[in-house]
Design a protein around this ligand. Sequence first.
Ligand code: BG6
Length: 485
Amino acid sequence: MSSNIDLVIFGARGDLSKRKLFPALYHLDKAGLLADSVRIAGVAREDIDSIIFIEQTRTILENAVGESEWDETVWKRFSHRLQYIRIDFSQKKQFSALKEWSIEKRTIVYYMATPPSIFGSICKHLDEAGCVAKTSRIVLEKPIGHDLESSQEVNDTVGRYFPERNIYRIDHYLGKETVQNLLALRFANRMINSQWDNSCIDHVQITAAETVGIEGRWSYYDKVGQLRDMVQNHLLQLLCMVAMEPPNSLEADEIRAEKVKLLRALSPIDRDNVVSQAVRGQYAAGWVAGEPVVGYMEEEGCTGDSSNNETYVALKVYVDNWRWTGVPFYLRTGKRMKDKVTQVVITYKDNPHSLFPETDDEANNRLIINLQPNEGIQLEMVSKKQSLKQRMGVEKRTLNLDFFDSAGDSRIPDAYERLLLEVIKGDQWLFVSRDEIEASWRWCDTLLDAWVDKKVGTKSYSAGSWGPSKAEILIENDNRSWHED
Ligand code: BG6
């Protein structure tokens, strides 16, 4: 357990802090994973005192963690760690309050739960106030830039004050247990990793579908879109975990180097293939979970009569390397879709010859890795039908590894618990390196430019559906279909 660590959360009154960071820290404390000496400072510009901040944090936590997880003894311990420090981030002088709070020889972790536009000025003010030591760490939330150039600016600015080994760029998907389990699945199972290439795998599908819309973020989201919001980071990270080469070890540098290699091997989607390999969609009004919902252009905060921003993306991506040549990776992600599902589906190739002509039910093996909502892994296999009617009928059966079942009473930790724990330990293996961010922006920029170049518009889809029909065509053209339970 790491002691001698203090945590400073910039943006402590914001949504991320309330929904994710404080609950995650509470759970870590409850699990006995925070050393007694760890202190937590919430920093924001609001003029409240520490007592009010702590009282309000209690209310937030009670709601967030629920009655069954609430423990008065843990809260007592946790509340003693907390302190509120009021700082207007634009006022350099006010950062001296942090200097006063800090204790020499302790490592401080600065968590930027703020808009990226102010990362630079916060770093500068911290430095000028003498708050950045050789050991200080900084945690950055996405988005890191809007394209390659702006991401380089953010990285350069932060890099002026913090060396790369102390910068922790969050992609919360990497904190999810099932995403880490991809490493175990692939590299701890000889049976799986010996079949993990273009000689055995027909294609891969990665889906991150959400039922929510843009949740009051219209003015932000309209400048961003689903490609930047979800593909550039979460989907490409998932793709890396699925497709990267085995790292030499589980050390951060080894894993991150393999991810960079994979990102650099992505075949570009450019003006020549953008129409056949990428689909953009935008949701219109429809029904989600039995409730009527408005379309993107009727969302709260919407300005103007039309927008060419995508709320849905489907892509056919190739990886140009020895292992994956010829294997398409179909990626799709969208808002206001039928169900909340995050899933990786690996479909294996056909057998070279069928011995079971009596049945239609002989299916390709499929490995389904569910990240949300039910974390677990399923392997679809073919086995004999128990029946006297057919001589040798076969059917598809499923082997199920359900994480909830095997977790017993213990809860599956939220991604932020794992990520905060790793920052406190000083291990970057679940964080995104500068090289990864830049390689993924480089690839996305080519696609974004191609959309502009070829004037590719968005196709409408009804809220509560699986996206525009063009996305069905994208995969059906290859005689395949999207996996649906
Ligand atoms: C965030 C995106 O990074 O991820 C949101 O900005 C999206 O738009 C969210 O809703 C999805 O995360 P999860 O863990 O619910 O799949």
